[in-house]
Design a protein around this ligand. Sequence first.
Ligand code: UD1
Length: 418
Amino acid sequence: MDKFVIGGGRKLYGSVRAQSAKNSVLPLLAASVLTEEPVVIHETPPITDVFSMAEILRGLGAEVKFCGEDAVIDCSRASVHRIPPSLTRELRSSVFMLGSLLARFRRAACAYPGGCDIGLRPIDLHLNALKRLGVEIREREGYITCACTQLKGAEIVLDFPSVGATENILLAAVRAEGTTTLYGAAKEPEIVDLQNFLNAMGAKVRGAGTDVIAIEGVERLHGVRFTPVKDRIEAGSLLIACAICGGEVEVEGVRGETLGLLLHKLRENGCKIHTKNDKIRIAGTGRLKCNRRIETMPYPGFPTDLQAQMTALNAGAEGDCLIVENLFETRYKYVPELMKMGADIEVRGRNAFVRGAERLHGASVTCGDLRGGAALILAALGAEGESEVLDLSHVDRGYAAFEQKLTSLGAAVKRVRI
Ligand code: UD1
């Protein structure tokens, strides 16, 4: 298990390019099952979630190779429709496989999914939608078994704009008989990316990025070469790192408007931000002011995946801040670790009350989930003295060689094998 040793207090300068979006690449890998022809995903980030998804595909009989930055997937010989529980529990995105397996084989089976331990994370919206498409579902002893004779287009209403459920519906409906109309869809850029990918395979999907998506089923899909959208959460994390440390950083590959309210919040903190096309430049100017309130919302609201990092920023800024987490019930597990660094935070249910400290100090802290882990790393970068951040397996799920990006900007971060 690796750890980071971080020397706090260095300003960050330079420019970095965002990796491809984890939350795009994972559903694209799931979508590759929809065709017997080869699929090439360019600029695939070497993160462990991608490798777990590749293992799932191999378990189905597919061939997955990584050639440089390309993932080359050949599902022509995929014949297994059952995902082993060990892999499903490791990766929540394996649930997307239900939609694409049903489209390809009319059958699918997996255990209840895993992923970050940040709340209950039910999958009722996924399963109800699949039922609307004509799928019969049995749930027994933590295992879900799905079958249908033919997927049939339908009208589906999501009571909440779930990202995963929206993607699963797209993956199933592209090869259904007739048209599916999805109301209340999630609107994330990664869903637009999935639409573009599917259409490049010959699907007929329109409306992604709005809350109504129409999917006209087609008989077959063909191979595709595709470069995914860049990772707005990784980009946001790097911008927050610069805000916390001071200095001047440019992040390339992500458009400002895809970061929800992040840029607005960073300006409230006192940072100077300049955007041009897909470049965002931030300058941290001395002591930061706390945000009054940050409330996470479905896209285009403030992203829950940047909540922990902004809590870390506010913990070392001037004033008080209220954080409201509306998406996941237990997404404050990193708070006790942040408090070891001198943060003053009180968590009550969905709310975290942050009283800004003069400055955080170095400590030994342990990551418990992906974004919480990133928050601890950012806090350590801005803290006084040395920190060790333990159990990087969570962070490695979503950030490719995070230490290299940070050191290229001048941070003192060393990965140590323990
Ligand atoms: C995706 C992202 C994750 C991000 C989240 C919210 C991927 C691989 N992961 O996760 O990084 O934090 O969107 O932006 O893209 N819900 C239900 N029933 C369901 C499905 C969801 O009640 O069937 C609830 C969840 O418990 C949660 C909320 O809906 O409270 C949002 O979940 P959802 O949008 O589905 O998130 P994920 O797709 O799991």
